[in-house]
Write a protein that binds this ligand. Structure first.
Ligand code: SF4
Ligand code: SF4
Length: 331
């Protein structure tokens, strides 16, 4: 018996599904954190001043107290205690809290906050519109339907935004990174007066060139294979069998046949990390919990009274999700 396929919606009748509330919320988090990334040095919330030789944290000068030790005002014991309290303790406490979140919920930082991932998604979107593929390394074009069944077509004119977009983000990143090391007022002042010092111009020029290449050719590959922040979150997440995962209602896998008109999977098409969201956790090591696959499934199954097949699960349901896959059991 032939399997059902999804009805093709004519363009004239196509009514795009609205973004899910989760994705609207996630976009707000990403935009807010990107603004914080730019403004944190400006308001001395977080930066290191190479001229002054100390950090700024939440508007307060943060010194390790080594100057006092070198000047003989305090002894070695007190200097050691200062380094422990003002450097190692905050670093370990911050890293511990960060990894605890990852242990429980996965790479939420990546999918909901990271300013690099925001660029990954933006450039992916522009490239998809220009070429039909989210990156130059993708072999096949994406299906010519959105998850809600509305047709779309790539348009080469979007290339006019892809390269300038990547260079623009690279430039913003380069300038902002420099303000984490040198006084922001000086960097922005010199930039607007076209009076950057030779070293400042070299830093911004070199960083813009390297980041432009990264944003154009290796953006999600960096997140997958090269980012230490992402890697340690993934490790923490993998070590917890109860952690939140994208769960798949395996029992209803036949419904996937009607996902897109060409029987391809809407969830595969939208994943910015190029994962197969119905897969086992071991193969989802770099999942950023962005939830785009969940939204795609919700939209593709919007006429299905049983609802979507993908949803976030945790605890016992997360274990069962894995067990179901491992032993071919149904959920
Ligand atoms: S599998 Fe789903 S939640 Fe994970 S990165 Fe891909 S789209 Fe996002
Ligand atoms: S899990 Fe949902 S989005 Fe993915 S192929 Fe099946 S129906 Fe489509």
């Amino acid at each position: 018996m032939s399997r059902p396929t999804r009805r093709i919606i004519p363009i004239a009748q196509a009514a795009p599904a609205p973004r899910s509330r989760t994705q609207v919320k996630r976009f707000a988090f990403q935009a807010g954190f990107f603004a914080l990334f730019i403004l944190a040095p400006v308001f001395d919330l977080f930066r290191y001043d190479l001229y002054a030789g100390h950090a700024w944290i939440l508007g307060v000068e943060w010194r390790l107290g080594l100057d006092d030790f070198l000047a003989g005002r305090i002894g070695a014991l007190e200097a050691g205690a200062n380094v422990l309290l003002r450097l190692f303790l905050p670093i370990f406490a911050g890293a511990g809290a960060f990894l605890w979140v990852a242990w429980k919920w996965g790479r939420l930082y990546c999918g909901w906050l990271c300013p690099h991932f925001s660029v990954v998604e933006t450039i992916n979107g522009l490239m998809r519109r220009a070429s039909g593929k989210p990156s130059v390394w993708e072999k096949k074009k994406l299906p010519p339907w959105k998850a809600d069944g509305t047709p779309w077509k790539a348009d080469a004119r979007w290339w006019a935004l892809v390269v300038p977009g990547a260079v623009f983000f690279a430039f913003v990143w380069a300038v902002v990174l420099l303000t984490y090391l040198l006084p922001p007022a000086e960097i922005y002042g010199n930039l607007f007066d076209a009076a950057l010092t030779r070293n400042q111009a070299l830093f911004i020029g070199a960083a813009t060139a390297v980041l432009s290449l990264e944003f154009l050719f290796a953006r999600h590959l960096f997140c997958r294979y090269a980012c230490a922040v992402g890697f340690f979150q993934s490790l923490a997440w993998m070590s917890n069998r109860d952690a939140m995962v994208v769960g798949f209602k395996r029992r209803r896998a036949a419904d996937c046949a009607t996902c897109l008109p060409d029987r391809r999977a809407a969830c595969d098409a939208v994943c910015p990390m190029r994962l197969t969201p119905r897969n086992i956790k071991r193969h989802m090591f770099t999942c950023t919990q962005c939830g785009q696959c969940l939204e795609a499934c919700e939209q593709s199954q919007r006429d299905n009274p049983q609802g979507p097949l993908l949803r976030w699960v945790a605890g016992e349901a997360a274990r069962q999700n894995e067990a179901g896959f491992r032993h071919g059991r149904e959920l």
